[in-house]
Write a protein that binds this ligand. Structure first.
Ligand SMILES: [Mg+2]
Length: 278
């Protein structure tokens, strides 16, 4: 039994086109074998739901860098701790409510004149232009609950000032490629840990696999049995990711995801066949 935890952008989805087409073969295999695929992303619930729908995926998922953990009702035959029911999901919130994040940003922009532009103050059209996402996806990306991406146009001294303010408010900063992020102290590891516990409880012998491409994936890659680091578009690997037993996918994005997952399924099938023969 294999359970897959995967990042989306730059991992299952191409970093530029956001397509999962090159991972088609592996996606088909895991769907035939009914291998759970749990998506762990910095994307919003709306964006992840759209990817899940197009893949016919019905498994739990984690939104906004660990802020929200969504478990479809009836997924586990036991209650999920700290979960409340919302619609058809049991939800565990480890993130800080969005309004607190945007109030904080508005206050420091007002009081400290820091050159920050948050998602909440950008139009859907601007977000689309900055991210390369379609207008429809940009509007889903704007429906945020636990994490605020923002642009920062200041110098190092201003960034240090921002870090101090964020820290004294008990919030957290992540410096990103296109965007920086303001959130609570949640990360992908804390959130994945809750779901990993559920799966281990249900399937004690399961092999838990994790796939990611960037530093924000490290906390959950450290918790899985079989961590896979996906190549970046330029063929290099994120140097901050150092965890024992790390496997390196041979290609970037979804093509790397495809190779790594197919190899793993073949290995697992051959191991379980050996088991049957003994
Ligand atoms: Mg990524």
């Amino acid at each position: 039994m294999i359970i897959i935890f995967s990042d989306l952008d730059g991992t299952l989805l191409d970093a530029e086109s956001y397509s999962y087409e090159p991972a088609r073969e592996a996606l088909k295999e895991i769907s035939t074998l009914q291998i759970p695929l749990v998506m762990i992303s910095s994307k919003t619930k709306k964006e992840i739901e759209s990817v899940r729908r197009s893949l016919g995926n019905t498994y739990p998922f984690v939104s906004e860098n660990g802020g929200g953990i969504f478990v479809p009702e009836g997924c586990f035959p036991f209650p999920v701790s700290y979960a409340r029911r919302t619609g058809n999901y049991l939800v565990v919130e480890s993130g800080i409510p969005y309004a607190r994040l945007t109030e904080f940003l508005d206050r420091i922009i007002r009081e400290d004149a820091l050159p920050i532009r948050g998602f909440h103050s950008l139009s859907v059209e601007s977000i689309s232009r900055l991210t390369g996402l379609s207008i429809e996806t940009s509007s889903m990306a704007k429906e945020r609950e636990y994490d605020e991406p923002f642009l920062f146009d200041g110098d190092e001294a201003q960034w240090n000032r921002l870090e101090k303010l964020v820290e004294s408010d008990g919030l957290a900063l992540t410096r990103g490629g296109r965007f920086n992020h303001l959130s609570g102290q949640n990360d992908k590891g804390t959130a994945a840990g809750i779901l990993i516990d559920c799966y281990r409880h249900q399937y004690p012998d399961a092999l838990i696999v994790g796939l990611g491409d960037a530093a924000n994936d490290l906390p959950f890659l450290r918790m899985v049995d079989y961590p896979v680091l996906i190549q970046r578009p330029d063929g290099t690997y994120e140097p901050e990711i150092d965890t024992p037993e790390l496997h390196h996918a041979p290609h970037p994005g979804p093509a790397g995801w495809n190779s790594a997952v197919l190899e793993l399924i073949r290995k697992d099938i051959s191991t379980s066949n050996q088991g049957l023969n003994m």
